[in-house]
Design a protein around this ligand. Structure first.
Ligand SMILES: NC(=O)c1ccc[n+]([C@@H]2O[C@H](COP(=O)([O-])OP(=O)(O)OC[C@H]3O[C@@H](n4cnc5c(N)ncnc54)[C@H](OP(=O)(O)O)[C@@H]3O)[C@@H](O)[C@H]2O)c1
Length: 250
């Protein structure tokens, strides 16, 4: 039986592939048949991800995407792409009274501007194939903000809006663009969030998930679907992955 649920003959770029969700998406996409090009800032951790890729013609490139020169070099070295998964991101919660221009710029640069500049450069260099699929890492906090989330929630809401602009502007190529809005997923970012509060606060939060908090594989399975032809009529959407968290008390 033939199935569209695979990534054979696709070349996929994954940013933030040196850690957490991006790392797992690179591995899962490769397992499903894609040639994967991975990028991140940490040489050691990107190499670790690269070693986990079992087959195909894969590539890795160290780049700090806040550095326009390194971003340009990355794009210059890319082949034409069937898919891009944007996983680079940071979370730095601050109450409103502690916000400064510097803090705003830092989060919006990494969580929003990088994605725009990468797509702009990829478009200028004509590196997007017809029917390519773009996937953004959003968060449930885009639509359900939390205290201290002015920067993170705002940057993810902006990203969801950008995803829809891509659908409109790249319709001539039939490029699709979708977001995955995850709740808490166990990655180094999760460990960081854990350190920001008390153990009691974290336990209280985690106990609100009927299915428990997510694992990187839970997100990578959805990303593989969005990259594959199985989702070929799906665009401009956001898939929420929350283990039931948003349903409320249980
Ligand atoms: N974990 C969660 O609970 C959760 C929930 C919802 C959404 N998300 C989103 O999912 C994405 C991945 O999260 P994660 O949990 O996997 O985070 P993570 O483990 O902290 O990984 C973040 C990745 O972003 C890369 N990165 C950060 N700044 C960069 C820069 N200037 N240039 C290039 N790469 C940069 C990091 O590279 P280096 O490590 O090499 O510096 C790393 O690979 C993020 O966008 C996050 O907002 C996460």
């Amino acid at each position: 039986m033939s199935t569209p649920f695979h990534l054979h003959n696709k070349v996929i770029l994954v940013t933030g592939a040196s850690s957490g969700i991006g790392k797992q998406i690179a591995i899962s996409a490769n397992e499903m048949g894609a040639d994967v090009i991975i990028t991140g800032r940490s040489k050691e951790r990107l190499e670790e991800t690269f070693k986990s890729l079992k087959k195909g013609n894969n590539g890795q490139l160290i780049a700090d995407l806040q550095n326009q020169e390194e971003l340009n070099q990355l794009v210059e070295s890319l082949p034409e792409l069937d898919g891009i998964v944007h996983c680079a991101g940071i979370v730095k919660p601050f109450p409103i009274k502690f916000l400064t221009q510097e803090k705003i710029t830092e989060t919006f640069d990494v969580n929003y501007s990088i994605q725009l500049l990468l797509m702009a450069q990829i478009s200028r260099k004509k590196k997007l194939k017809k029917n390519a699929s773009i996937v953004f890492s959003s968060s449930i906090s885009a639509a359900h903000p939390h205290k201290g989330g002015a920067l993170y929630s705002g940057s993810k809401a902006a990203l969801e809006s950008f995803s829809k602009v891509i659908v409109l502007e790249f319709s001539y190529l039939k490029v699709r663009s979708n977001c995955i809005a995850s709740a808490m997923v166990k990655t180094p970012m999760y460990e960081y969030a854990q350190q920001q509060g008390t153990k009691e606060q974290m336990d209280e939060h985690v106990n609100k998930y009927p299915l428990g908090v997510g694992l990187p594989e839970d997100v990578s399975n959805a990303a593989v679907f969005l990259l594959s032809d199985a989702s070929r009529w799906m665009t401009g959407q956001t898939i929420t992955l929350d283990g039931g968290f948003l349903l409320g008390d249980f």
